[in-house]
Design a protein around this ligand. Sequence first.
Ligand SMILES: *[C@@H]1O[C@H](CO)[C@@H](O)[C@H](O)[C@H]1NC(C)=O
Ligand SMILES: *[C@@H]1O[C@H](CO)[C@@H](O)[C@H](O)[C@H]1NC(C)=O
Length: 365
Amino acid sequence: MTLTVFSLLLFVSLAALLFLAPRVSPPPQKLLGRVGDDKPLAAAGVAFGFAASGGGDAAGVGEGAEDLALFRRVTLDAGEGSAVAAAPKVAFLFLTNSDLTFAPLWERFFAGHGDRFNVYVHADPTARLLLPPTPSFRGRFVAAKPTRRGDPSLIAAARRLLAAALLHDAANAYFALLSQHCVPLHSFPRLYNTLFPPRAAHHHRLPSYIEVLTAEPQMPDRYVARGEDAMLPEVPFDRFRIGSQFFTLARRHAVLVVRERRLWHKFRLPCLPDTQCYPEEHYFPTLLDMADPAGCARYTLTRVNWTDSFDGHPHTYSAPEVSPRLITELRQSNSSTHDHMFARKFAPDCLSPLMAIADTVIFKD
Ligand SMILES: *[C@@H]1O[C@H](CO)[C@@H](O)[C@H](O)[C@H]1NC(C)=O
Ligand SMILES: *[C@@H]1O[C@H](CO)[C@@H](O)[C@H](O)[C@H]1NC(C)=O
């Protein structure tokens, strides 16, 4: 009798253990989730179990304890040397607050190169993505928090993407930050050979493609946007830089960004009302120009058209403007040594004219 009760108890507790096991011990290496209906992240590793909202830090950046744990893991685990693999990969980091309309174009860009890239997506959880993710984007959504333009939350999101990509695959050697409005201008092999020149023996010294500008007219206003001396002593005005947030960082610089806290504490300070602030255009170029000026190409691979910009928005291309000639023009840069690899900003209606010239123009180098 006693034995029967005992066996029964044992059976019940074993069953309970089996049933509960996946919940009490999530696999620690699992960093990516599958996109659900309106929940960007279902499965989460230790570093990705974000609280429902806010995260509750004073600056409103939404960087909480979970983020800090993630960044700490990069400090501990994501060494710089491991990426010098036989076949380094490109990490494509998509920062979005709406549907990834151009996913079909990216799929064609990625096709046949699955062992050379990874995709990661930070989708603002307050925005509802209606399009189902295409294969390269499925399960690639990192735990995300709300983002706002001209706000340190965009820096926080980029740091989250970098950290997730660093931890997820040691072969990720370049990290290209893109948005849902970005499109490729060349084939994947062309991008790959640009980033990893076949003859370059020392991949660990490859440059970061980040725009670093000085003496732009808006800089004095941007510098004091948090108060007259708010950036001192860490960032004197003559070290303050500006550049597009759409960079392609080498791995050692991605690690540097995620580990960095000193300047980040300054750039995440709230901006005064009615100021032009745009911290996401200043933090990365200022930091990298201080830390490793010789390691930065000082230009971005992502073309943008600021002609007749309105309210800080660049020209947004619409379907009638898409043509083979536009692609040729956008590729050109002032440098004789490089072409632009990506371009923004494209309205969703550009998808079908872009697909129509994808194989004959865009991916034909
Ligand atoms: C840039 O945008 C302007 C309109 O704002 C347009 O006239 C011009 O053709 C665009 N340049 C390129 C290279 O697309
Ligand atoms: C090239 O440089 C000129 C002058 O600095 C600038 O106006 C133009 O926009 C640049 N073009 C590109 C494609 O970057």
